[in-house]
Design a protein around this ligand. Structure first.
Ligand code: PSV
Ligand code: MN
Length: 393
């Protein structure tokens, strides 16, 4: 063990990350799907696959659920709770689906037609009650609402409808629950999106009420945007509710976290680590993965994501905050930057191996998972029954 193991150990003990149910299912691109024999098609299979990620990494105790895909009307809560107990994976954030029904072609809460706005609100209220029944704290709201051509929408009216809908949803929240408002600059709408950036999410969350916070999906920014600055501002406003982690080269590509730009993820974690050091508090942030792997094996990719997240979080935990502050005060630019670079360049893998071994976890979760034979077993079980659910992701 190295000399910095105390700070690191504390950070790694605290850090957990939620996996998405849809990350285990067959998902596709606009052009089609490549089906995987081992992909999960039922909620039980999703819980089973998520439990593998938790068993081998020890740090993924919950799975995010998408209401239409996992908990359609009529789902028995007790059956979900039984699966959760059987696989030792808790129901995580609850994601209402406000984009898949035909009715939402022109939007959900922002639709010009009041009956469709009412339908969308009803679905959100239903999802809030579901979350309460499952003892899930967070309701994650993402809206595909927007328009494709200039002139077709009254943007101000739509803003007002969204505001009203979110306020009514907030009124329905149970004590202790949170409502996370996600933004996205474009896709599926290609002219305007009703909640297009963090400022719009922030305003909507503020108008909605004190239990509403902003959800930052790192793939939902223009390429040159400074995401860590957004994180810093939201922390400073006490409005950062959570993350959807993924990586991208072009837009919302849903690639594996850290596969393209690990320094980006490190800089986000560095803002959080410095905030926590400065305020001597722990930021109440839901760390979640929002990825759909179409060409990698889904469980393997999820394990790879978690170990990468741990490595980057560990690097941020190595930051020398005193030195950083000193160099900032003295305007020593290179030295301040080098505090970041030194932490980022440190190989934390030997530490993580020790940390895992001390907890009875495999030193190399991916290798251990591969050796377990789980994939071969589910390939045998799931062969020939690819009854699948389409999922937009
Ligand atoms: C939309 O791109 C998104 O990021 C939202 O979080 C959805 O809930 C998720 O992907 C799955 O479609
Ligand atoms: Mn997302």
């Amino acid at each position: 063990m190295t000399e910095y193991s105390d700070a690191l150990e504390l950070a790694m003990n605290q850090f957990a990350i939620e996996v998405p149910s849809w990350g285990f299912a067959n998902t596709g691109t606009r052009f089609g799907k490549y089906l995987q024999t081992t992909a999960a098609t039922t909620l039980e299979e999703k819980f089973a696959d998520a439990s593998q990620v938790h068993i081998f990494t020890g740090k993924c105790p919950t799975m995010a659920l998408h209401v239409e895909w996992d908990l359609p009307q009529g789902t028995s809560i007790s059956s979900v709770l039984e699966l959760s107990a059987k696989y030792d994976v808790g129901p995580g954030s609850i994601n209402p689906n406000l984009f898949q029904r035909q009715a939402y072609k022109h939007g959900s809460l922002c639709n010009e037609r009041p009956e469709i706005r009412a339908e969308a609100l009803e679905h959100i209220l239903y999802s809030i009650d579901l979350a309460a029944a499952l003892a899930s704290r967070d309701i994650s709201l993402w809206f595909a609402d927007g328009s494709n051509y200039p002139g077709m929408s009254n943007i101000r009216k739509r803003k007002q409808w969204m505001e009203e809908g979110l306020r009514q949803a907030h009124e329905h929240l149970h004590p202790g629950q949170r409502m996370l408002v996600e933004y996205k600059p474009f896709e599926p709408a290609f002219y305007h999106t009703d909640i297009a950036d963090w400022g719009m999410s922030l305003l909507h969350a503020r108008h909605a009420g004190p239990q509403a916070k902003v959800l930052v999906d790192v793939g939902h920014h223009y390429l040159s945007q400074n995401i860590e600055q957004i994180v810093a501002w939201l922390l400073s406003e006490n409005m950062l509710g959570g993350f959807h982690f993924n990586d991208r080269r072009y837009a919302d590509d849903d690639l594996t976290l850290g596969s393209i730009d690990p320094y980006q993820v490190f800089r986000i974690f560095a803002e959080i680590a410095h905030f926590e050091w400065e305020t001597n508090t722990r930021a109440d942030i839901a760390y979640m993965i929002d990825q759909s792997h179409n060409v990698k094996n889904k469980i393997e990719a999820m394990i790879q994501t978690v170990t990468t997240a741990q490595e980057l979080y560990a690097k941020a935990a190595l930051l020398n905050h005193e030195a950083l502050e000193y160099h900032r005060e003295h305007q020593e630019i290179i030295d301040a930057e080098n505090v970041y670079k030194d932490a980022f360049a440190t190989d934390v893998r030997p530490f993580l191996k020790d940390w895992r071994r001390a907890r009875g976890l495999p030193e190399d979760p991916l290798k251990a998972f591969r050796a377990s034979g789980y994939l071969q077993e589910v390939a045998r079980q799931r062969q020939g029954r690819q009854g699948e659910t389409a999922a937009y992701a």
